[in-house]
Design a protein around this ligand. Structure first.
Ligand code: SAH
Ligand code: SF4
Length: 353
């Protein structure tokens, strides 16, 4: 690591948005614990400058500005709105990289922030546009937390969080754990564990760690194929953590947290939609409490798969139901702004640092 990236790390580490109230007090050597809570609460309300923290004494506001420079480390660069209501934002990071986050509203009025955990992703799933970027770097806990803060303050209250943006959240578990702890805090956003979902390509040791040590949020596995040979091809991580091990880890997770596990299934026309695929899916689901989330493949640059038609999607959903499994279909949200699943990708170093 060169000198510059060392400094960069320290800057990230010192971001105030990932600190808990008691840590804010510790860092600033404050004796009155309520001050930590007040500052924490302002930050998670999305305040832009320490100066505007009206119930904090001036000397303390000055100290904050000296120690942290700003309440947030990331900036809102661009906003794109789809006619269906989906909002996609691009966020600038302090080192010049950028990530994307999406706000989705469903028919029940649930407003879900889909947030990124990494710049790019190392897993290389063949059908995913983020995968084509490779891994640039992990996001810090602050950079994860601030995506939510920005969506919540700029576009109205957000009720749910899914770690389904760019990157593999379980490959950046420490930062994701910290972000969840901060999101849950009663003096801040106060989001319950049941309203947060981690989506993973199936990193077995990390699923087991979550089962044993928590936090127990909702779990989604990106399955896409339950046929080992096909999954090994589509999702190379499957060779390292084979399906039977992933299933065992999910079973442990379900023992610890009894909610249904979502199996995300990206429907690739002519690839994973045959009867034998449904049979394999049925076998994989056996012994687990699951719901299958059928996601139509979203085409992206250089991705060589075919998009299923609405009819193909209905047909597959019917077959899965006939096999006795619960199924939901993901709406094609945010298509016109590339804000749908697997379409998140950013070009590098767009901004100057
Ligand atoms: N890395 C994590 C979370 C981010 S991917 C994971 O893989 O679970 C979020 C979801 O988008 C995953 O379920 C993934 O299977 C899906 N996805 C990826 N590429 C897609 C594409 N081109 N079309 C539709 N869904 C896609
Ligand atoms: Fe990474 Fe998830 Fe995309 Fe696979 S599907 S490349 S794990 S972001």
């Amino acid at each position: 690591m060169n000198k510059h990236s060392n400094i960069q790390m320290q800057v990230h580490d010192l971001q105030i948005s990932s600190l808990l109230p008691e840590e804010i007090c510790e860092t600033l050597e404050l004796k009155q614990s309520f001050r930590g809570k007040q500052i924490f609460s302002w930050i998670h309300k999305g305040i832009n400058t320490f100066h505007d923290m009206s119930n904090i004494p001036k000397t303390l506001r000055e100290l904050l500005a000296e120690r942290f420079s700003a309440p947030q480390s990331i900036t809102l660069d661009t906003v794109q709105k789809d006619p269906d209501g989906t909002i996609k934002i691009a966020l600038g990071l302090s080192d010049g990289n950028s990530v994307e986050a999406v706000l989705l509203e469903d028919v029940k009025g649930r407003r879900t922030a889909c947030i990124s955990s990494q710049v790019g992703c190392a897993m290389g799933c063949l059908f995913c546009r983020t995968g084509t970027m490779g891994l640039i770097r992990n996001l810090s806990a602050s950079e994860i937390i601030e995506q939510y803060i920005i969506l919540n303050t700029e576009f109205g209250p957000v009720s749910h969080i899914v770690f389904m943006g760019m990157g593999e959240p379980l490959a950046n578990l420490d930062a994701v754990r910290r972000a969840i702890e901060v999101f849950r805090h009663p003096d801040g956003s106060y989001i319950s564990k049941r309203k947060m979902t981690i989506s993973t390509c199936g990193l077995t040791p990390q699923i087991i760690s979550l089962a044993q040590e928590g936090p127990h949020v909702r779990m989604a596995l990106s399955l896409t194929s339950a046929r080992a040979e096909l999954r090994d091809y589509l999702m190379p991580i499957s060779k390292r953590y084979p399906l039977h091990e992933v299933k065992e880890a999910l079973r442990l997770y379900q023992e610890a947290f009894s909610k249904r596990i979502t199996l995300e299934y990206v429907l690739l026309k002519g690839i994973n939609d045959a009867d034998r695929d449904v049979k394999a899916l049925r076998r994989f689901a056996d012994g687990l409490q699951v719901v299958i989330n059928l996601i139509p493949f979203n085409p992206g640059a250089n991705l060589d798969f075919q998009e299923p038609s609405a009819r193909d999607l209905e047909k597959m959903a019917g077959k899965i139901e006939d096999a006795g499994l619960a199924v939901t279909k993901r709406f094609r949200k945010g298509r016109s702004i590339d804000g749908a699943c697997g379409q998140l990708a950013t070009s590098l170093k767009k901004r100057s640092p």
